[in-house]
Ligand binder design. Structure first.
Ligand code: GDG
Length: 469
């Protein structure tokens, strides 16, 4: 069996006894343990001088963590700059927030070169390399120029935008050429896959052969472009469904869950859990909740909305701005609607352990997931898996989350339409038990069929069969 080498921006060694690690980290770790291999990436540490010249290696059985500290300039240009102020807003269709800056673009390329310099000597000829996410698009090509002939795969965790949007980037052609240096490209959905295929067809003048090649959901697309042949497929990422189901059962009896129940005093709960990010549609969501109270005033003092939003990317100005906007908005709504014994929005800028979250999800009558654009959105899936099948809550889900393509039995909404979202909340809050059970059972069928293990195995199996030329 070939070794697997996983490369991601951050490498977070996992304390396996704890329930803190996310599903993706656990899944990647399971794959690495099975085949043996390396998990390579940034350590999370920024140093004042140059990026580290040799990776720090930590062996854990058949698995080696190899991490790099990044120098301040590299971190600013690659991570805060091009990755999070150019690619992230662009891939989420927020053109007004896209920074176009030659310096950060060069920094991004340079750091990908540094990653390739440090990684190439660690590779064995028969390794399979699986690169994750938008920070590392050029890495495959950088490895190829260093003579690496290994099977290289890439998975994009964000949406892939329509060609007309991608073209806002001055170096869009370079970026797509770099993607074509991999043997296997994975996207979350058929929509992302189609956007990529359209770019290849109409902009790169490459060949797209849609004959349902083996791999991914619905079969892959063989691409011939930039002198290479590769396979591109949709692999909708998922969660550890069985693990969350059992976690939620015990978490419902935990002290935190008990405290939440007491504090609600019989009121119903709407829950939102998101990294504090402008792609998640939080201001519109707060407005939709306000609309619910205006259109259906019977919910005043009868429903509470708990929004958990741990801050992220705190050095990026747009993240500072959205944090300020949400503090003001929640304050204004609460100031207007609150009673001496009830606050409508409980807005928390902090994170909770997985088990505590599972207990919170289970108590909530509505899971409110309304990103303006999202690659997949795992919170939507986690909320469903944590419900009590005998008395499940209702998922209200944005049509612009990748998850909406799979979770058709949720109440699907347009997150820009605050009145529509308020109506969906009303429908969820008044939905009869039988309908809730039917919808939940259908959603769980999907989540059991495609869990994180199925996702990981289908990707790794497709990569094993590379090259596709
Ligand atoms: C990117 C893409 C894609 C959140 N708050 C807490 C907490 N979380 C966990 C959630 C969930 C994860 O973080 C967030 O995943 P999402 O998928 O919802 O969103 P992104 O962070 O934007 O992820 C996204 C994903 O990559 C995977 O490919 O689905 O589209 O944007 O697991 O539960 N976990 C804990 N405490 C918190 O307070 N423990």
């Amino acid at each position: 069996m070939s070794r697997l080498v996983v490369v991601s921006n951050r490498v977070a060694p996992i304390d396996e006894g704890k329930q803190t690690a996310g599903g993706l980290a656990v899944a990647v770790l399971a794959a690495l343990k099975k085949s043996g291999g390396i998990w390579f990436g940034w350590s999370g540490t920024v140093v004042e001088d140059e990026s580290q010249s040799e990776p720090t290696r930590t062996d854990a059985g058949r698995l080696t963590y190899a991490t790099l500290d990044l120098g301040r300039r590299d971190f600013e240009e690659y991570y805060n700059g091009f990755a999070n102020q150019t690619l992230w807003p662009l891939f989420h269709y927020r053109l007004g927030l896209v920074s176009v800056d030659r310096r950060t673009r060069e920094g991004y390329q340079r750091v990908n070169g540094i990653f390739a310099d440090r990684l190439a000597p660690l590779l064995h000829p028969d390794d399979m390399v699986w690169v994750h996410d938008y920070h590392l698009i050029p890495l495959g090509e950088e490895l190829r120029t260093r003579g690496c002939g290994q099977r290289l795969g890439f998975f994009l965790h964000t949406p892939f935008p329509a060609p007309e949007v991608l073209k806002v980037l001055p170096n869009h052609a370079d970026l797509v050429r770099q993607l074509c240096a991999y043997d296997l490209l994975g996207f979350h959905t058929e929509v992302d896959l189609r956007c990529f295929a359209n770019y290849i067809r109409y902009e790169a003048r490459g060949e797209v052969d849609e004959r349902g090649h083996d791999g991914g959901q619905g079969g892959g697309i063989r691409i011939r472009a930039f002198g290479r042949t590769l396979l591109a497929c949709a692999f909708p990422i998922s969660i550890d469904t069985a693990n969350l189901e059992s976690l939620a059962q015990t978490a419902a009896r935990s002290r935190h869950a008990e405290r939440l129940r007491e504090s609600l005093a019989g009121r119903r709960l709407i829950i939102g859990v998101d990294r504090l990010d402008y792609s998640k549609g939080l201001p519109k969501r707060f407005e939709a909740f306000q609309q619910l109270m205006e259109t259906y005033p019977e919910h005043c003092n009868r429903v509470s909305f708990l929004q958990i939003a741990p801050p992220s990317r705190e050095d990026v100005p747009e993240y500072i701005a959205i944090r300020r906007e949400l503090s003001e908005l929640s304050g204004r709504i609460n100031g207007h609607f609150a009673e001496f014994d009830w606050v409508p929005i409980r807005y928390l800028n902090k994170s909770f352990g997985r088990r505590i979250l599972a207990g919170f999800y289970r108590q909530a009558h509505i899971g409110l997931v309304t990103p303006l654009r999202d690659g997949m959105n795992l919170v939507a899936k986690e909320y469903v898996a944590c419900q009590d099948p005998g008395n499940p809550g209702v998922l209200v889900l944005s049509e612009f989350a990748g998850a909406a393509l799979e979770l058709a039995q949720a109440l699907i909404v347009n997150p820009y339409d605050t009145e529509g979202v308020a109506d969906a909340l009303q429908r969820g809050l008044t939905m009869p038990l039988e309908e809730r059970k039917e919808r939940h059972a259908a959603l769980m069928g999907t989540l059991r069929r495609n869990d994180i293990t199925a996702w990981r195995e289908s990707y790794v199996n497709a990569l094993t069969r590379a090259p596709y030329s």
